[in-house]
Design a protein around this ligand. Sequence first.
Ligand code: NDP
Length: 481
Amino acid sequence: MKVLNLINGVLSPASSSQWLDLTNPSEGKTYGHLPRSGSADVELAVSAANSAFKSWAATPAGERAACMSRLADLVRDNADMLAEAESRDNGKPVSLAGTVDIPRAEKNLRFYASAIQHFASESHVMEGVALNYTLRKPLGVVACISPWNLPLYLFTWKVAPALVSGNCVVAKPSEITPVTAYLLSTWVKEAGFPDGVFNIIHGLGSEVGDALIRHPKVTAISFTGGTATGAHIASVTAPKFKKLSLELGGKNAAIIFDDCDFDDALATTLRSSFANQGQICLCGSRILVEKSLYPRFRDALVAKAKKMKVGDPMDPSTKMGAVVSKDHRDKILASIELAKTEGGKILCGGEKTSPEGLPHLQNGYYVQPTIIEGLSPNCRVNQEEIFGPVVTIQPFENEEEALEMANNSEYGLAATVWTNDLKQAHRVSSELETGIVWVNCWLLRDLRTPFGGVKNSGVGREGGFEALQFFTEPQNVCIKL
Ligand code: NDP
C-alpha cells in the first residue's frame, strides 16, 4: 500500500522522496508507506490552493454542493472497502468502522452539501435611515488537521464545511492513520472539484503540520487533536491573527443517580467507556455513581467488562479491537501502573493482551478493558486524559458532590447524566462546565447542534451553521437610504 499526496489535482509522493511506515496495529506489522512531506510540499499545496481560490469562491454554492454530494456518493459506493481500510489502519473493529465511521463520513459530506444551501446571513434595518446586511465571505486557504481515532469521520467533518463555503483546503490527516483520507483523495477529481481546491498532504505533524500552520497564506486552522498540540498551534498562530478552531482532549464524567434506568445506564456506560477501545474524545472516563447504587452498579459493570474479549478487528463479530499504536498502548499501560501507585484497585483488566488462538495477531497492540476504583478525584489518573480502554469509578453522596467531582477537571468537553428526575437532569446539566451534555444517552448526535468543549477541551464550535460561520468572514455593508 502506498499513500500519496494530492496536490493541485495530482497524486504524488513527497518532493523529498522520503517515506514513513504504515503500521497495522492489530498485527504490529508494517504494511505500506506514506509520504514524509515537508515545507516544500506545503508550499506547493498552498500555492495551488491560493491560485484556485478566486474561481472556487465565485462558484455558485449549489455547484460546490454538487461536488460534495458526488464525493458522498463515492464514499457510499466504496463503503465496505473504506471500512476495511479504516479497521486495518487503526485497529478498530470493522463492524464499528462499517456502522459508525464510514456512514458518518458520508453523512458529514451530505450534511454540508445541504447546509450551505440553507446558510443565510443577517440584515439589520435602521428604519428610514440605512440598511445593513452582512456578507459571509470565504476565508481563502484554510488548513484542516485531524487525529487518528476517528480518521475519516473527523477529517470529513472539517473539510466538508470548509470546501462548501468557498475556501480552498490543505488538509493533513494523522500520519498514524492516513489511508482512508488518501482513498478519498483518489475520488476528488471524479467528484468534480477543480484542481487545487482540495489538497491533502501526509507526513509528521511536527514537520508538515507545523509548516502548514505557519504558512503566511493559511488564514484559518481547524484542528482536532491533543491539548498540548492545540496549545502549540495557538501559540504559533494567534500572534499572526489566524482564525482558530480547536477541538481538544477530554476527561468526561458519567454521573449516575440512583433513580436511573439501571439497565440502560449500565449498557450505555459500558459502551461510553470502551467503544473504539476508549479512544473517542467523548468517552466517559470518570464514572461517578450515587452511593446508594454504587456497589450494585460497579459489580454489574465489572462483570460485563470482564466478558469483553479483544478479537481480530477484521472479524465482523469483534467488539473490541487493537489500540492504535505500540507507543499509545505503552502510554495506556503506564497510566494503569500510575493508578496502582496512586492507590487505585484494578477491578478488571489492567494488562496488555491479544486475541486467543490467532497467532498472526500476537504482536498486535491490545489492552484489556480496565476499571479502577479507590482513586482520589485529584490524582493524576483522574485528571489526565488516558484515551484508552481505562475508566475510574467513584461514589458520590449527593448532587452537589457529583457536580463538584465532575467539574474538578481542567477539561470540559462532554458529560453524561443518568436520572429520571427531569428537574435534576436540567439543574445538573446547566451547572456542568462542558460544551456537551447527554442525558440518559451517549453519543447521540444531531449534526445541526454545536459541538466543542470549554476549558482545556478547546476553543470554538463545530457542527451545523457554527462550522460555516467559522469558515467564513462576516463583512457588514451599511447602505444609507
Ligand atoms: P495530536 O495532537 O498528536 O495530533 C492531531 C493532529 O495534529 C495529527 O494530524 C498530528 O499529526 C497533527 N500535529 C501534531 N503536531 C503538530 C504541529 N506541531 N503542527 C500541526 N499539526 C500537528 O493528537 P492525536 O492524533 O494523538 O489524537 C488524540 C487526541 O485528539 C486526544 O487528546 C483526543 O482527546 C483528541 N480528540 C479530540 C476530539 C474533539 O472533538 N475534541 C475528537 C477526537 C480526538 P501526526 O499524527 O502526523 O503527528
